[in-house]
Ligand binder design. Structure first.
Ligand code: SF4
Ligand code: SF4
Length: 167
């Protein structure tokens, strides 16, 4: 596979949110050392993604499904000796990937659950009954209409291809 390099990509990322911190990355690998996604997948590597941003591998990063393996635990952000906001930069990259139509198919069912029920894991009847037996309160449900309003206003619905369960 040939690599496309965008000399402007680092500057583009630097202008969004905490993206500027990527410029302080000196490739020590501390973020990768404590990353659970790397430990379990072996193909995901936050240090490498920071390197690819610095080198301008825009197309490769944004079209890579590997980007979506991060669990958003933020261990990398807390550990980085350079103050690179690694996990926040990963969110920026995911947002850009979604804008170019690279939102992963396997996450669309989670989008549908979020917009239909307000929770990614709505829980089964069996779970609700077990909670009652244990005298635990019901899991609070967010107001779905509020979530949908935000999703519409931000373009999340159209970008992720969500269709209502009623359609
Ligand atoms: S820990 Fe920080 S400086 Fe080290 S590779 Fe990761 S992002 Fe770069
Ligand atoms: S936030 Fe993502 S990249 Fe950072 S340590 Fe957790 S799984 Fe790894």
């Amino acid at each position: 596979m040939s690599l496309t390099i965008s000399s402007e990509f680092r500057k583009e990322i630097s202008k969004i949110g905490e993206g500027v911190s990527v410029n302080y990355c000196y490739q020590c690998g501390t973020c990768s050392g404590g990353c659970p996604a790397l430990r379990y997948t072996k193909i995901y590597n936050p240090r490498r993604i920071m390197e690819e941003v610095l080198l301008g591998f825009k197309e490769q990063i944004l079209n890579s499904q590997v980007l979506w393996l991060c669990t958003m635990c933020h261990a990398c952000l807390e550990a980085c000796p350079q103050g690179v906001k690694v996990s926040e930069i990963l969110v920026l990259l995911r947002n850009l990937a979604t804008e170019i139509g690279s939102f992963p198919e396997h996450l669309k069912s989670e989008v549908a659950a979020l917009l239909d029920y307000g929770l990614i894991n709505p829980g089964s009847g069996a779970i609700q009954r077990r909670r009652q037996q244990l005298n635990l309160p019901e899991v609070p449900r967010p107001i779905v209409e509020h979530i949908k309003k935000v999703a519409e206003a931000t373009g999340f619905i159209s970008l992720t291809g969500y269709t209502s369960k009623e359609e």
